[in-house]
Design a protein around this ligand. Structure first.
Ligand SMILES: [Zn+2]
Length: 268
């Protein structure tokens, strides 16, 4: 599951390679847009909002927003025009070609096109975006605090509280704050500090191609507990634990060190 910084990097890539250019050819390989053709339109910009990508396109008579979401396996790649794709063609969901670039969205979880004035219907529900230009720490804390009995791991993943945290940062934030992931939000000793740390982690990682929360960029050394179940905790050597939590069908693996992050009273 891509995190906010990954989506931010994807937006920067598309923005750098497509903005200001005319679309010479488009190919939407999703049923609802199969007949859509934006050739002749001009790409204005691409921005990220939480984990959503918004590509704004000027179609002369209409300003459009192409909304895409990477979900689990999605990625945007940009090639030279006519260049060889490095992922299978059958995974392509959107192809945007200009004279200088060929952008391909592979395995995207969402592909939608709508008039720009309806953007708020897609991203209006999101909490403050950790990497957004309008980041608002107080508002994020207010939203997190609305349901003090909720388990912290669920609250951090809820994009309507604050936007940008996925499973990896959730686990790493709980560890670096010494808090068990199922702790009730209202019982977290210093939520403000945790939110500031979340922003720091994403800000640091949005600049680089590999994500690390430990500061170590070597493979296998990049996280404290995420995907390290059964391995010794980097601080105390206790084996890291993993558990599946969340609503049926949308369960997520949660990782923690039972001795650095002791379970407190159960969340209600
Ligand atoms: Zn530990």
């Amino acid at each position: 599951m891509p995190e906010g910084d990954t989506v931010y990097r994807a937006a920067r890539l598309l923005d750098r390679r497509l903005s200001g250019q005319e679309l010479l050819r488009t190919d939407f390989r999703v049923p609802q847009l199969a007949t859509t053709d934006l050739a002749g339109a001009r790409v204005l910009e691409t921005v990220s909002r939480g984990k959503h990508l918004l590509t704004r396109i000027d179609g002369a008579e209409q300003l459009w927003t192409l909304h895409t979401h990477l979900k689990m396996e999605g990625a945007w790649r940009v090639y030279e025009p006519g260049g060889r794709w490095k992922r299978p063609a059958h995974q392509a969901r959107v192809v945007l070609c200009t004279a200088r670039a060929e952008a391909v969205g592979f395995s995207l979880g969402i592909v939608e096109l709508f008039p720009r004035e309806l953007e708020h219907e897609v991203v209006g529900h999101l909490g403050p975006d950790l990497l957004g230009p309008d980041w608002d720490e107080a508002e994020a804390l207010r939203r997190l605090g609305e349901d003090p009995g909720r388990p912290l791991n669920e609250a951090l993943l809820d994009q309507t509280r604050l936007a940008g945290i996925g499973n990896m940062y959730m686990a790493e934030l709980c560890f670096t704050s010494g808090v068990h992931p199922r702790t009730a939000v209202g019982e977290v000793p210093d939520l403000r500090r945790m939110v500031r740390r979340a922003k720091q982690m994403l800000e640091l990682n949005k600049q680089r191609a590999v994500q690390s929360t430990t500061g170590d960029l070597r493979e296998r050394e990049r996280t404290w507990v995420y995907r390290r179940d059964k391995q010794p905790c980097r601080r105390c050597s206790t084996p890291v634990e993993v558990d599946m939590t969340g609503p049926e069908g949308r369960q997520r693996a949660t990782y923690w060190c039972p001795s650095c992050q002791p379970a407190g009273p159960p969340a209600s």
